[in-house]
Design a protein. Structure first.
Length: 174
C-alpha cells in the first residue's frame, strides 16, 4: 500500500488478493479450490486463497477421506512423486494428467492416459459450470474473509440445488 494514501483511500483498497497470470493474462483475484464428489457432483470441501498461491500448496488440504471414491483426478499442474506416494499410502488411486515440455513432448500413450482422465474430470467442470449460471465465482467484496463467506454461500446454494435434483430423481445423496 503506498504511504501517500489517506486513511479513507486505504479503506477502499483491497490488499488481500494478489496478482497472478492465467493463460497469459494478469488477474488480481482470489482462487477457489474444491473437492467434489464424483458420484453425486456435490462439493465436499472448499478452500479460498489469494491468486498467487500455487495450486499444489492446497492440494493435500483439499483431500477428504469421507469422499465416495478413493480415486483422485487432477490436471497437469499437480503431478509430484511425493504426492503420489502420500495418496497411494492413504489408500487412494491417483489419476493425474501428465504434461510435456517444449523439449520433451508427451508420448502417444500419455496422451491416451490424459484422455481417459479427462472424462471423469469433466464432472467437476459441470459443477463450476452450474455455479457460473448462479452468478459464477465473481464476488464484489473486499477482504478475503468476506470473499470466503460469499463463495461458501454460493457453494452451499449449489449443493442445495443439487440435493433437490437428487431428491426429485430418487437418487441416494450419500
Amino acid at each position: 500500500m503506498p504511504n501517500g494514501y489517506t486513511a479513507l483511500k486505504r479503506a477502499q483498497k483491497d490488499v488481500d488478493p494478489k496478482w497472478t497470470k492465467k493463460l497469459g493474462k494478469g488477474h488480481f483475484s482470489y482462487k477457489l479450490y474444491a473437492n467434489i464428489d464424483k458420484r453425486h457432483k456435490l462439493v465436499r470441501k472448499v478452500i479460498i486463497t489469494h491468486g498467487a498461491v500455487a495450486d499444489t500448496t492446497v492440494f493435500e488440504d483439499l483431500l477428504d477421506p469421507s469422499n465416495t471414491s478413493p480415486d483422485l483426478y487432477a490436471d497437469r499442474g499437480y503431478p509430484s512423486t511425493e504426492q503420489d506416494a502420500t495418496l497411494t499410502g492413504a489408500g487412494g488411486r491417483v489419476h493425474i494428467q501428465r504434461k510435456g515440455s517444449a523439449t520433451k513432448p508427451i508420448s502417444q500413450t500419455q496422451k491416451q492416459h490424459n484422455m481417459r482422465i479427462a472424462t471423469p474430470r469433466a464432472r467437476v467442470k459441470h459443477v463450476f459450470g452450474a455455479m457460473r449460471h448462479m452468478g459464477g465465482k465473481l464476488v464484489r467484496c473486499m477482504r478475503i474473509v468476506r470473499a470466503t463467506f460469499a463463495l461458501n454461500l454460493k457453494t452451499a446454494s449449489y449443493n442445495l440445488q443439487r440435493l433437490v435434483y437428487l431428491k426429485k430423481r430418487d437418487l441416494p445423496a450419500f
